[in-house]
Design a protein around this ligand. Structure first.
Ligand code: BG6
Length: 496
């Protein structure tokens, strides 16, 4: 039977949400649909307005139409027809060029109609425009008190460019007003990791190198370049996914328990992990695999290769697998394998914690090592969010002692019969609440860039080509060899 969920809708204060890049991919695919879902749940206060700001000159009606069509497309059957009219009344479009001071005067006049509202500026456009936007907001006095600014990742292409852009924003906004978003931190299962680790004594004493053999983190996608060629080809999987999402997941697995799950306490612990990541040696030697997809087939549908989609030659990686270590007491010698890619076999993201084998077998020789499987904890981020714990049991029935591996499998959807909010739904309103726990602090982002910097420059200075893999596969074979070297294998390859 389903467990009733104790989900609560906590109202937020009146706000004005201003989305810069308001007709762009992120705004249309994620931000408006998420706010609309919050509308449906009754979480948006009466005096809340949402502005899309961009350079094109489009009419109010065309903007509404654009937002509606995109919400319908991305929410599918969950599109809340009834809530739409209420939501549409909050929406307005502002034709604004972030390089023009006078456009910000117009913006100010509009926002001043609600002087007490919390103001959120979501910068969903090219990071090269962040500094100028922050400066113009400041120049017209829109940076004060109740204002917050959200920076979408990746900010910069390396440590230096991150610092430059971040400094430009910090010249106009206080650190406490800056929200550096990594939407993976808003995912339900990611938050569940903290619940699992810190509220179950079962795990607290085995969460270390004495008991854990290795950890795998996979974020696999079936999508390809889509509409984002211009962006993606400049960034690649390392900057788009590893520098932020995968490293944040690694931090949550590896961090020490903070004394409370509060803003800086949590972020302090994550930072320690980032700083303990083993620096890359000069010769990288098979611990990193860069790949690029070629044409193939996903779910029975033929898809083109990356270069065909892009229409030009490129060395940009659409796949990365790497093996690293957290050099501290708790994790001494435990490999962390990270893997992400576009156009892989299925959309499938998970964290696998592979425990060690028991110290001694009490069974006779008929129970072979292959039958004795070590325990494994799998946190599924998507799809079908949930947790499973693989245990050994006796294979039932007579015929002597035989062992069998079974799964205790918890699917959140089945257990709680609840719509799982998109990560952005929670984070967008956390900004209004002024809660930055699930956002990245500057020093965390710096540490992440600092760690991947040498790897990026090694790759960019080499003449190697990314390893080819067929769309619809699990990436280049070298990614398997990387993990076989330690006598391990990726989880999806393991026979059930
Ligand atoms: C974004 C990346 O941050 O995350 C995209 O820029 C990627 O390339 C996306 O597709 C994946 O997010 P999710 O929530 O669909 O796993």
């Amino acid at each position: 039977m389903n467990q009733p969920s104790s989900a609560r809708i906590i109202p937020v204060d009146p706000f004005d949400y201003l989305v810069f890049g308001g007709t762009g991919d992120l705004a249309l695919r994620k931000l408006y649909p998420s706010l609309l879902q919050r509308e449906e749940d009754g979480q948006l206060p009466e005096r809340a307005r949402i502005f899309g700001a961009a350079r094109h000159d489009i009419s109010h009606d065309d903007f509404l139409q654009l937002v509606r069509e995109n919400c319908q497309e991305h929410l599918g059957a969950q599109f809340p027809e009834q809530a739409w009219p209420r939501f549409a009344q909050r929406l307005a479009y502002l034709c604004l060029d972030v390089t023009k001071r006078e456009d910000f005067e117009t913006l100010k006049a509009e926002l001043d109609k609600e002087p007490d509202a919390i103001r959120v500026y979501y910068l969903a456009m090219a990071p090269s425009l962040f500094g100028q936007t922050a400066a113009n907001l400041h120049a017209v006095g829109l940076h004060e008190n109740n204002a917050r600014i959200v920076l979408e990742k990746p900010v910069g292409r390396d440590l230096q460019t991150f610092q430059q852009i971040d400094d430009q924003v910090r010249a106009h906004f206080d650190e406490s007003q800056i929200y550096r978003i990594d939407h993976y931190l808003g995912k339900e299962t990611v938050q569940n990791l903290a619940a699992l680790r810190f509220s179950n004594i079962l795990f607290t004493h085995v969460w270390d190198a004495d008991h854990i053999d290795h950890v795998q983190i996979t974020v696999a996608e079936t999508v390809g370049l889509g509409e984002r060629a211009g962006y993606y080809d400049r960034y690649g999987a390392m900057r788009d996914m590893v520098q932020n999402h995968l490293l944040q997941l690694l931090c949550l697995v590896a961090m020490e328990p903070p004394s409370q799950l509060e803003q800086d306490m949590l972020r302090d612990e994550k930072l320690k992990v980032l700083k303990a990541l083993r620096p890359w040696p000069e010769a990288i030697n098979g611990d990193v695999v860069f790949g690029q997809y070629e044409k193939g087939s996903i779910g029975g549908k033929d898809v083109p290769g990356y270069l065909e989609e892009l229409g030009q030659d490129s060395r940009t990686e659409t796949f990365v697998a790497l093996r690293t270590f957290v050099d501290n007491w708790r994790w001494k010698g435990v490999p962390f394998y990270l893997r992400t890619g576009k156009r892989l076999a299925s959309r499938h993201s998970e964290i696998v914690v592979q425990f060690k084998q028991v110290a001694h077998s009490v069974f006779d020789d008929t129970i072979t090592n292959t039958q004795m499987q070590p325990n494994r904890l799998v946190l599924r981020l998507q799809p079908d969010e949930g947790v499973s714990l693989e245990l050994m049991t006796k294979d039932p029935g007579p015929g002597g002692m035989r062992l069998r591996q079974v799964k205790l499998d918890l699917s959140f959807q089945k257990e709680f019969n609840l719509h799982f909010p998109d990560a952005y739904e929670r984070l967008l309103l956390d900004v209004v609440r002024g809660n930055s726990t699930l956002f990245m602090r500057r020093d965390e982002v710096e540490a992440a860039w600092h760690w991947i910097g040498p790897l990026l420059s090694h790759w960019e200075h080499s003449s190697d080509k990314p390893r080819a893999y067929a769309a619809g596969s699990w990436g280049p074979l070298d990614s398997n060899y990387m993990i076989y070297k330690d006598n391990n294998r990726w989880h999806e390859e393991t026979p059930a």
